[in-house]
Design a protein around this ligand. Structure first.
Ligand code: TXA
Ligand code: MG
Length: 337
């Protein structure tokens, strides 16, 4: 394949170009408000198959169908429950993916043979315009090689997938910075399958009833945390309330350590440091960008100052649990993995 080309989301001709590449069954990484997605025409199974190949993603991992107009989910979803209609009205376009009963003819390639299909309307205007030009829906997993950190800029996409995809549409940095909340509404369920910026408590307040607990969540089953969203560099999480005390004890003399912090300045113990914002939204927006930068900063180890393990931080705690090789909440002996 020739080099991956970079298209400019502010140029109408580049959006036409992106749509033409997709129409031909090829791949374009596109900006969304959450993370960049690796997009292919969802109605072209050969194009969908190429997404798995480019990411080196195991077949059987399902993909989210992205639509530019809520009405288009009727092509994919068997029945849209009232709850889903209300949520779509409230949150779309935006970082909420709904898992709904699929239509019989939706390819197992897209659903991974699950009974549901995941649908979402992303909020980035250039991506919505490109989809409008294409007149079709897109599958779009995060545009990173399998198991690595999701990209929040066009540069991140190129560092992982250059030469493996036709183009990246550069629409700037993602404003949310972590993947969408996934709400499973199949089989009468109301379960958060993946936490995100839109919190379960916000959805409960809006709907006026409680969601069911996620019994299979990684949080509920300590020790089963999957390695995913990982930097290449060994990454350690340290609880904020013990950060300043534990950091010097954790890092051997002479080791180059890259510190990602939000409350506790690491001082001269850090060879490199990046400060995250102190609110949930700011921390989330900056986290992957900081991990990408630190991973390229030639350090021996990355140490991340963890946020409190409270419900409003649950999406971030979820991503950090997967990104870190080990986490310390109490003493250095008590690693959580
Ligand atoms: O914010 C996002 O959702 C980003 C942007 C690009 O839209 N996309 C994203 O896609 O994070 P991906 O493929 O990296 O993660 C999608 C998650 C996976 O954990 C997958 O297993 C789950 O959604 N999923 C997708 N379709 C599903 C289905 N039919 N049944 C169960 N889980 C599904
Ligand atoms: Mg992903």
């Amino acid at each position: 394949m020739p080099d991956t080309i970079k298209l400019d989301a502010s140029q109408p001709a580049d959006l036409e170009h992106a749509a033409a590449i997709l129409r031909a069954g090829n791949l374009v990484a596109m900006p969304t408000e959450t993370v960049y997605g690796l997009a292919a025409d969802a109605s072209n199974i050969e194009a969908v198959r190429r997404v798995f190949e480019a990411k080196q993603r195991p077949v059987g991992h399902p993909l989210i169908v992205h639509v530019a107009d809520p009405e288009r989910i009727a092509l994919w979803v068997e029945k849209v429950p009232d709850t889903a209609r209300r949520l779509i009205e409230k949150y779309w376009p935006g970082p909420l993916t709904l898992l709904l009963p699929k239509k019989g003819d939706v390819s197992d390639f897209i659903t991974g043979s699950h009974p549901g299909v995941a649908v979402r309307m992303p909020a980035h205007p250039a991506t919505l315009k490109t989809m409008g030009l294409l007149g079709r829906d897109l599958v779009a997993p995060s545009a990173n090689p399998y198991g690595r950190i999701s990209p929040t800029s066009a540069e991140h996409v190129l560092s992982g997938l250059s030469g493996k995809i036709e183009a990246v549409l550069d629409g700037g940095d993602c404003s949310v910075g972590i993947e969408s909340t996934i709400l499973d509404l199949t089989g009468g369920k109301h379960v958060i399958a993946r936490p995100g910026q839109i919190a379960g408590s916000d959805i409960e307040d809006f709907l006026g009833f409680k969601l069911s607990p996620n019994l299979t969540s990684q949080h509920a089953v300590p020790g089963s945390v999957k390695r995913h969203y990982q930097p290449v560099t060994h990454t350690v999480g340290l609880a904020a309330h013990r950060f300043s005390e534990l950091l010097p004890r954790l890092v051997p003399d002479g080791e180059r350590v890259g510190v990602i912090w939000w409350q506790s300045p690491p001082g001269d113990r850090a060879s490199e440091s990046i400060r995250l914002g102190a609110t949930v939204d700011e921390y989330g927006r900056m986290l992957y960008t900081a991990m990408h930068s630190m991973d390229r900063a030639n350090v021996d180890r990355i140490v991340i100052e963890l946020p409190p393990q409270e419900p409003r931080w649950s999406a971030i705690c979820d991503r950090l649990a997967r990104a870190c090789n080990e986490q310390f909440h109490g003493d250095l002996e008590g690693s959580s993995r």
